[in-house]
Write a protein that binds this ligand. Sequence first.
Ligand code: PMP
Length: 372
Amino acid sequence: MPAPTGADGARLPLREDLRGLEPYGAPQLDVPVVLNVNENPYPPSPAVVEEIAAAVRTAAGGLNRYPDREFEALRADLAAYLLAESGVALDVRQVWAANGSNEVMLHLLQAFGGPGRTAVSFAPTYSMYPEYARDTATAWVVGRRAEDFSLDPDHAAAVIAEHQPSVVLLASPNNPTGTALPRATVEVVLEAADAVPGGCVVVVDEAYGEFRRAGTPAALELLAEHPNLAVSRTMSKAFGMAGARIGYLAAAPALVDALRVVRLPYHLSAVTQAVARAALAHAGELMAQVAGLREERDATVAWLRAQGWRVADSDANFVLFGRFDDRHAVWQGLLDRGVLIREVGPPGWLRVSIGTPEEMAAFREALLAVTR
Ligand code: PMP
């Protein structure tokens, strides 16, 4: 669908800075092998589907009423999940949720960004970040990641000192590169944020946190010491619940209270809450495939390197590889063979999400056919 800027759109009072823009999103194509938006390739089991359906049926009986605006039962379930996953104990008041972590982060920018304020991140990174800034009229400053996609702590601190942002967005593992941040780097960023006179919230976006390799820390462990840290997570990736639209966040109670001010009332529907709670009750089963996906990821990295490609180290469920003189031709060649990947990242690179072993075999075969 075209953006509303055609002949009719010209008469709409569309904001100046939105004119001519296209809606964000990867192509939605119906092909046999879909490896382009970092989904979990495994649907919920029939047993979990039944549990979710039963929870929705119960919720449906009360749909004449608005849902629980504070969704404290869901927040408690999320806190219990984070305790089990990362060993970090959180109070219900430290947990927030919304329709995908995209909405969680938009809440953050609504509360802590805004006109006259600046948000900072380091590219290449998740391409929605500048859109949260744009949509909240927050100035956007982008620093850089190193050649190997790591973040130089001195550079990060210098950008923060120069631009005095009120929000810093760090994806770890980073999309589209897969790079996780060492704890020391996050600590340097937090220190630089503490030195911003007006205060600065540091958002560590751990959408892919559950895929991290052994030894890679979760930023959740830093929460107790840092009231300006927000750790964003999602049920879209490791949980395999992208269709349910549930993202969440852990932070100090005062930070969460600020998000409660900007959220729309009843933003999480009763159906969403029921689905999320039923899924969390079966977290073990839904996450059973995560170890296999990690192995498949490591095997994909090794295979691509063995073919001679450059491959970024990945702590996520996708792999960035290259470099291709004409990456669009490679992307198109794969698509012609029924394999949809993502044309994203620095020039010459492509990103493939980790699918089932069969899907990855189809990807390898198609890539060889296109490039050899
Ligand atoms: N953060 C990162 C780094 C992502 O890659 C994505 C999804 N691609 C999101 C956040 C948002 O995911 P969701 O809204 O489904 O939680």
